[in-house]
Design a protein around this ligand. Structure first.
Ligand SMILES: [Zn+2]
Length: 215
C-alpha cells in the first residue's frame, strides 16, 4: 500500500505529484506543470507554450497546475484569468486534471465553470473553504484535495471531508513538510474508513478522471 500525494513542493518523493518548474530537469517522477497565478507575467503566453510542449511530450506530467486566480496576490485579475482559461483548455485537451489555486476568487471559478463548454476536471488544492461553497461546486467536475487543514478538528476542511462524496477526494502535503501518511491517517479517523481503503479510493478517483493513469 502506498499513499499518493497529489500536490507537493517536495521533490524526490515516490507516489507524488511534484510541482515542477520544468519536467526536463526535475527528476523522474510524476509531476504537474503550470503558471501559478502569482507569476503570470505579461509574457505568459510564451510560458504557456512551453507548458503545452512539456505536458504533451512528457507522459509523467500528470496534471496542469497549479493554476488559478488569487485576489490577494499576483498581477491584475484579467491577466490571471486569461492564463487560467488557457491552462484549463490545455488540461481538457490532454484529458488530465488541473490543480487549482483559488484565493478569494470562487465567484470567478463559478463564472468559468458555468461558461466553459469543455472544462477539465479541476482539483481545488488545499481545500479549507466553507462546506456551502463546496456544495455549490458539486454539479461541476470539481474535486477536493485535503492537506494540513484536516489536522485541525472543526476546520472547514475537516467538516467538508466528513460529508464530501468519496469519489471527489484527494490528499496532499503541499509545502507543509508533513508526511503524507499523517494526512491519510487523520482522514481515516475522520471518515472511519481504513487507510488502505482510502489509499485505493484516491487512486481509483484519479484514474476515473485522467487519461494518464497511476497505480
Ligand atoms: Zn502548492
Amino acid at each position: 500500500m502506498h499513499f499518493w500525494d497529489f500536490h507537493t513542493h517536495q521533490s524526490g518523493q515516490p507516489y507524488s505529484l511534484y510541482q515542477a518548474d520544468n519536467p526536463a530537469t526535475s527528476g523522474v517522477g510524476a509531476c504537474s506543470v503550470g503558471i501559478h497565478p502569482w507569476s503570470v507575467g505579461l509574457d505568459w503566453e510564451d510560458e504557456f507554450k512551453r507548458i503545452q510542449d512539456q505536458s504533451s511530450q512528457h507522459e509523467r506530467v500528470l496534471a496542469i497546475g497549479e493554476a488559478g486566480v488569487d485576489r490577494l496576490k499576483g498581477p491584475e485579475i484579467q491577466l490571471q484569468k486569461d492564463a487560467f482559461y488557457a491552462q484549463a483548455s490545455a488540461a481538457a485537451e490532454l484529458g488530465i486534471p488541473l490543480i487549482l489555486h483559488c484565493v478569494k476568487s470562487h465567484d470567478l471559478l463559478l463564472e468559468y465553470l458555468k461558461s466553459a463548454k469543455n472544462p477539465p476536471c479541476i482539483i481545488w488544492h488545499g481545500w479549507n473553504q466553507k462546506p456551502e461553497l463546496a456544495t455549490q461546486l458539486l454539479p461541476f467536475p470539481l474535486f477536493f484535495s485535503f492537506g494540513k487543514h484536516i489536522l485541525h478538528p472543526g476546520s472547514n476542511a475537516s467538516k467538508w471531508l466528513a460529508t464530501c462524496p468519496l469519489d471527489r477526494v484527494f490528499f496532499e502535503t503541499d509545502d507543509s513538510g508533513l508526511e503524507i501518511g499523517l494526512i491519510y491517517q487523520r482522514a481515516s479517523l475522520l471518515l472511519q474508513i481504513p487507510v488502505a481503503s482510502l489509499a485505493a479510493q484516491v487512486i481509483a478517483n484519479w484514474n476515473a478522471i485522467s487519461k494518464r493513469k497511476i497505480s
